[in-house]
Design a binder for this molecule. Structure first.
Ligand code: A3P
Length: 293
């Protein structure tokens, strides 16, 4: 397990075990677990980071299509097709510090997997536009497992059968999917003036053109269908996985990119366990997730 030597008084590296004793290396930052990103200082100071009125922040639970939607937003705003990498290293808030994204041109597109209580206070104070992308939790879990196995800094060597329970109980970074969804639903309810566009990964898979039109309206940009279809072609999994992804981490992101891969992973017992847990924890949730298309 690696521990950077810069000054992180409230931040320390922890190996969080799955049910078989294999660990995922996380960073405990002010009591909240984030991945043990190389060279991060954690989330210290993030609450006071300055936001701009025209910032846009993409908020997702990990493995919900962040890279895909970030790229779509980037091209929608730019009004042109972009061939280079998605550059999340500049936009990802919890990689901190603030200087990392302070020089980006307006309108900035930022992103985060954090809960509202960890995000800059300015997000609420300045009514920053939030794009929230949600994905069905079964595919999220499968994607998370495969990602954790591939990304060097998480140092995970465990097996699928041992990860599901601790994952959904929120033992690893960013806490549980259920808490994340419930927390954000509450934020939307208690901050009716906060401009939030909620998208579903499955809807994007089903009809990316339609979802991009919704994004244009929310972002206040007019783009032709011809241009939208060029974005669609430039943001397929294959296009992004070959043209745009550099480095181990990005390569680990572009895997299958579908809906329903969970059926190849969940055993009958795991599926029953999950469905029961979902009913208990998400009884009040009005969101409808699609598990197949
Ligand atoms: P799978 O592991 O199920 O394939 P994130 O960007 O939030 O880390 O999400 C990663 C998931 O989104 C991965 O899911 C990845 O394959 C999928 N993904 C990435 N780019 C995509 C694209 N252009 N189209 C569809 N899915 C994409």
């Amino acid at each position: 397990m690696m521990c950077e030597d810069f000054d992180r008084p409230l931040t320390h590296v922890v190996g969080v075990p799955d049910d078989g004793g294999d660990t995922i290396t996380c960073l405990n930052s002010n009591g909240f677990l984030i991945p043990n990103f190389p060279n991060t200082r954690g989330i210290q100071g993030i609450r006071s980071a300055k936001m701009r009125d025209d910032d846009i922040i993409l908020c997702t639970y990990p493995k919900s299509g962040t890279h895909w939607v970030l790229e779509i937003i980037r091209e929608l705003l730019a009004g042109e097709i972009i061939e280079d990498d998605v550059m999340m290293d500049k936009t990802f808030l919890e990689l901190g510090p603030e200087e990392r994204y302070a020089d980006l041109q307006s309108p900035r597109i930022l992103n985060s997997h954090l809960l509202m209580k960890h995000l800059p206070e300015d997000v609420i104070n300045k009514n920053v536009k939030v794009i929230s992308v949600l994905r069905n939790p079964k595919d999220v879990a499968v994607s998370f497992y495969n990602f954790a196995k591939k990304v060097p800094y998480l140092e995970f060597k465990g097996e699928w059968k041992n990860i599901l329970r601790p994952f959904f109980e929120g033992k690893f970074m960013y806490g549980s999917w259920m808490d994340y969804i419930s927390d954000w639903e509450e934020v939307k309810k208690t901050n009716p003036d906060l401009p939030v566009l909620t998208l579903f990964y499955e809807d994007l898979k089903q009809d990316q053109m339609l979802e991009m039109r919704r994004m244009c309206e929310f972002l206040g940009v007019e783009r032709t269908d011809a241009f939208l279809s060029r974005i669609r072609d430039n943001t397929t999994l294959t296009a992004m996985g070959t043209l745009k992804s550099k480095g181990d981490v990005n390569r680990a992101v572009f895997r299958k990119g579908g809906v329903g891969d969970w059926k190849n992973w969940f055993t009958v017992a795991q599926n029953e366990w999950f469905d029961q847990l979902y009913q208990e924890k998400m009884a009040d949730c009005h969101l409808q997730f699609k598990y197949t298309l």
